[in-house]
Design a protein around this ligand. Sequence first.
Ligand code: K7E
Ligand code: CUA
Ligand code: CA
Length: 642
Amino acid sequence: MSQKKDDMSTEAVGLGRRRFLNTAALTGLTLGVAACNDKPETAPAASGTSAAAPAAHASSATHLKPGELDTYYGIWSGGHTGDMRILGLPSGREIHRIPCFVPDALVGWGLTNESKAVMGTKPDGSLRYTVADTHHTHASYKDGNYDGRYAWINDKINSRIARVRLDYFVCDKITELPNVQGFHGIFPDKADPVDPAINYTTRVFCGAEFAIPLPNNGGDINNPEKYRSMFTCVDAESMEVRWQVLIDGNCDLTATSYDGKLAATNQYNIENGVHYEDMMSSERDACLFFNIARIEEAVKAGKFTTVGTSKVPVVDGTRENNKDPKTALTAYVSVPKNPHGVNASPDAKYFICAGKLSPTATVIELSKVLDWFDGKLAELDKAIVAEVEIGLGPLHTAFDGRGNAYTTLFLDSQVVKWNVDAAIKFHAGDKTAKYVVDRLDVHYQPGHINASQSETRMADGKYLAVGCKFSKDRFLPVGPLHPENEQIIDISGDKMVLLADHPVRGEPHDFIIFKRDLLKPKQVYDINDFPLAIKDSKESGVTRNGKKVTVKITSQAPAFSLREFTVKKGDEVTLILTNLDKIEDLTHGFAIPKYNVNFIVNPLETKSVTFIADQPGVFWCYCTHFCHALHLEMRTRMIVEA
Ligand code: K7E
Ligand code: CUA
Ligand code: CA
């Protein structure tokens, strides 16, 4: 391993990053491109790609007139900025950032007591974590479409899942998953597997990528063969962990069926390898299916263990103990070498695994997986209805609702549009079936891809967004760190048309795009939602309980209710601020110089901060958020007596 790695690093010095990546990944490919049963109907070459020049009518779609609103919301993950981002589409304009896992200086996330309670603190009150790595974001469903209640996002570094309320666009809960590392794929269920009346999201599934000793408390460090990964179910409402499944191999991306019966994760490391060459040693890996109803029956029947100090029931989903289809909780469908994404088609019939190190896409028919669990399909891999070559480095797939799939090709820097039915015919032996419909160059090295409404039954085939990992020459140079390039593509016609490039701060991975009328955001808070709310400015003032001092203030443009307040050096001060302005868009800020305090309060919102008044003197607390012609005059004096 070290020899190979050194070679690659030395080589990399003299190479551009694109060439380096291709070389590195191709090293993997030459070590073993998975054998593909099917011959491509066209060679996956750059020739015959769509013209990159946008049609005049189409490009105007991304240029909204002043005051014109977008027709779609986009929810983007922020990557290692730890936030969620809201974009308008087709313009691609970033409208909002929702801090989740990482402190945010604009809103005071990680500073206010309320946000700290969501984020989690150590016994001394400081934040438990201040870094994160968000990859995947998905929203709650009803009847196979988004219902506008929640979105969820993962933190890969610390295995946390955050929930965002889509009425206020704020993070309201964060849960840390026990006994896993590298929590990566996330997907809400779309229905209950048993009760048809529950046709909406009640569970969120989480795939953990890294295998660790269980429990990870110092034992088995040098026995990697004992490391294990788990698949986790979180309750969508309570955000508590319901159960976990012990598996062989790893989890990566996650997908769920529309009937609620199946969830799946692609596996690139069935080898349980510790080093990357070990992870590539098998010709085929797997798409691992979970039978949700059976797992929950097993939990109910007490057929579980627990790991370490966690109380979460862990059921056994390993290969060895799930050989009998009639009782199996899991099913390992084989797919070629080191697959990446797994995506559910909007017709509810298929999951598609992209090959990554194999130039293929694998189409798995869900009804056949269910047949296997029912003992009606002798060989599980017969659930594979297509395995076709589509190009180099397939990662993620989106859909247009007209039977076509769009898969990113990381190494080819392309999006390939292919027809699922034609691929199935080709796989079945009809070598005249032309499944590749179109190819389009993107800039450059695309990862995630998603189309408008793609992950719902209402895929509408209008716009495609592609998250390109490298932007290189597409924007003005700003030093060594380049932005990512989010590209918008018109997919309403036969040919894909590239509409626009957008620089984004590194680095979004996944995103969803849906019609704007699915959300009904509120623009003013309900004052009653805040237990500490100061409902009348007359309640303002300073109260003391020994060394603990509470300061209650309200804001109403252009003044704070207290013109000054006095505390003593050494006091533990809790300052509570309610914004009594109930007008849309009237936000105030509250900053205390030298005390490292700044946060905002939106209309009728209440927030609090707690700090030790350790520096005597006069401190002009001022409003940081432009609110009024007298915004600069909007101040109060904190007097700290020595
Ligand atoms: Cu492909 Cu983390 Cu979704 Cu990124 S993963 S690209
Ligand atoms: Cu209040 Cu600016
Ligand atoms: Ca592998």
